[in-house]
Design a protein around this ligand. Sequence first.
Ligand code: SAH
Length: 441
Amino acid sequence: MNFLAAAGARRLCAMRAVFPYLWRGKYFSSGNEPAENNSVTPMLRHLIYKIKSTGPITVAEYMKEVLTNPAKGYYMNRDMLGEEGDFITSPEISQMFGELLGIWFISEWIAAGKNSAFQLVELGPGKGTLLGDILRVFSQLGSLLKSCDISLHLVEVSQKLSEIQALTLTEEKVPLERNAESPVYMKGVTKSGIPVSWYRDLQDVPKEYSFYLAHEFFDVLPVHKFQKTPHGWREVLVDIDPQVSDKLRFVLAPCATPAEAFIQNDETRDHVEVCPEAGVVIQELSERISLTGGAALIADYGHDGTKTDTFRGFCGHRLHDVLTAPGTADLTADVDFSYLRRMSQGKVASLGPIEQQTFLRNMGIDVRLKILLDKTEEPSLRQQLLQGYNMLMNPMKMGERFNFLALVPHQRLHGSNHQTNARQSKPSPSPVAGFGELAWR
Ligand code: SAH
């Protein structure tokens, strides 16, 4: 069966934004970008008050407050994705991205023995565009999935974005159930009849057989920054500038701080960023996958434990000084994939990280592009498809900087879940799609 032809062949989605919008993996911050917005934001006032009362704060605390403080956090009350926002992501650029990810999940579901039910869990679903594209593939391949009981589980801290996700995904005629006090703060039904639930924390998602997806999620989790000094590692902190009372600046902690425990003993870099929260999420995913099966697909910009200073800000598709006008700009740091792999602690097998261009090519993006181009003669749509492909695949754009990592149960690679060929004594597991050749060829 040609999944790529079947998956949404009749649907070409409406125009999506392409140029000249900025994707977050693009630049590295020197920390010296000109301050463009000097206004004293409510978040700046809150941070100054906090620092005055308890002393300088870690970069991780700064990032957490600025991004997800329930009242004033950057992510909580705004739509930052797309041309009107601050940055753009792959699913917002091209429908092909989500379609190929949808095929990846189906491929894994088949390879693991077509469980009678699965949960699809997305961490940080943005506008819900990626899930929308994945669900379209599930509908197109409905005959395959018809006896499978699917449910959607969205882990999202932002009230505003969860409302946008509901608009993108759910059936208007079925009212959403809301309960701000409950760990499941919203429930609905998708346009194709799949139950969908919203949570603020992965811990609250039922521990059932699941496929997990995290696209540009780990890069917003708070990082601690450290600098090597003659006295050992010292943590970078955020303090009030003594020269200008409503301005923040970086300082070094005078002595060792607890997060130093996250630095490897044999570390050779002189600046490092560590993200304990990412470790907690990976441990939880690994634990779940090792107990119940399923898989996780993680895609982000990042490195394999080699980069030093990647903490940066974005506002209105431009690089933004991380300490200026906090709460008005996105903050992010490259994901350390070597740390994520380490934190899976051998409970699951990990594949990758591999570059986005390799993953999408292995998933058949060239065939998919051709199918979509053959379906339309509209010049602007053809142009948009080609530009989107270029943006996702070009090594100078998102092709090299973005990476894919998969976590699968050990038995998935050793075959004990997979059907045994009657004539063979050993099972023959299929390769994991995207990380090798296309599995169904
Ligand atoms: N995956 C989407 C959006 C990426 S932006 C895309 O690729 O287009 C980051 C997303 O993570 C947003 O939805 C943001 O609200 C959410 N987010 C940020 N911090 C979070 C946290 N601690 N827990 C859950 N979601 C979080």
